[in-house]
Design a protein around this ligand. Sequence first.
Ligand SMILES: NC(=O)N[C@@H](CC(=O)O)C(=O)O
Ligand SMILES: [Zn+2]
Ligand SMILES: [Zn+2]
Length: 342
Amino acid sequence: MTSITITRPDDWHIHLRDGVQLKDTVRDVSRYMGRAIIMPNLVPPATNTVEALAYRQRIMNQNPQGAFEPLMVLYLTDNTAPDEIRKAKATGQIVAAKLYPAGATTNSDSGVTSVKNIYPALEAMQDVGMPLLLHGEVTDASIDIYDREKAFIDAVLKDVVNDFPNLKIVLEHITTKDAADFVASAGANVAATITAHHLLFNRNHMLAGGIRPHYYCLPILKRNIHQDALIKAATSGSNKFFLGTDSAPHMKHAKEAACGCAGSYTAHAAIELYAEVFDEANAIDKLEAFASFNGPDFYALPRNSDTITLIKESWDVPASYPLGEDQVVPIRAGEQINWRVK
Ligand SMILES: NC(=O)N[C@@H](CC(=O)O)C(=O)O
Ligand SMILES: [Zn+2]
Ligand SMILES: [Zn+2]
């Protein structure tokens, strides 16, 4: 197969940042994504309806190409009131709320210190049908960084799933077989996003033969048995897994540093990278559901009605792209990608 036409995809987890970086990030995501779930971990974070809608307007001010639609997300804190959830839902433009365990990842300092603190907000979300998005890692310093996702499932997620049987939950950017298995065996209200980089790479790519900071993201790349489990989940045809790039740009010098930031940039070639994975797994026929059907179905939004065409034809990825007044080094920088969008 050298070409495939699929329903226009959406990205169910992306970071567009703010300010001068927005023109570059919005250009990349809007090239062919119909919609995207926009992460709210700004500085300061978008914790209420007014801030989330103002952020949406700053995105729209970049005149995104095509009919791109940003879907906004509320950043949950220990103090998020149930009324704020209802207010956000009523806008029609804020479609989910995000739990960052405080200190778990980039710009999560204002996050939630104990999930019990947001139980009133979760009640309201369950009631109005607003999905809970999770950065699923514990922050306990005594837990090994490679075990933090599984520890989160055991210590937090299982309780939330039991206590809120009708709450829609997306375990974002899953990285382990444990997470894939948990989601697969949970009810229809529990789903997961999978990034292109966690499908393409394992921790050897980041650490063997030299430390490669552009592969450093959270949750951290795991060993290859986990990568294999993610590929199986994504290409299985299960409607519980869908596309969320977690494209998370950081300035080149903030990644190539003694203490580098977590996050990998893939918005320059998101669907192209996923196409490589699915093609390699002899499952290119499963790409459309993963990229274009399962996400909107889970969120109860309509599927996109037009299409894009991918061609199997390699191209050279530049060493970097502009990011506001700086540069971002993308995944596959200086190398080739085997698929392109027509
Ligand atoms: N994934 C990352 O490593 N980084 C993300 C935050 C996140 O999604 O956890 C970021 O905002 O940079
Ligand atoms: Zn995260
Ligand atoms: Zn993210």
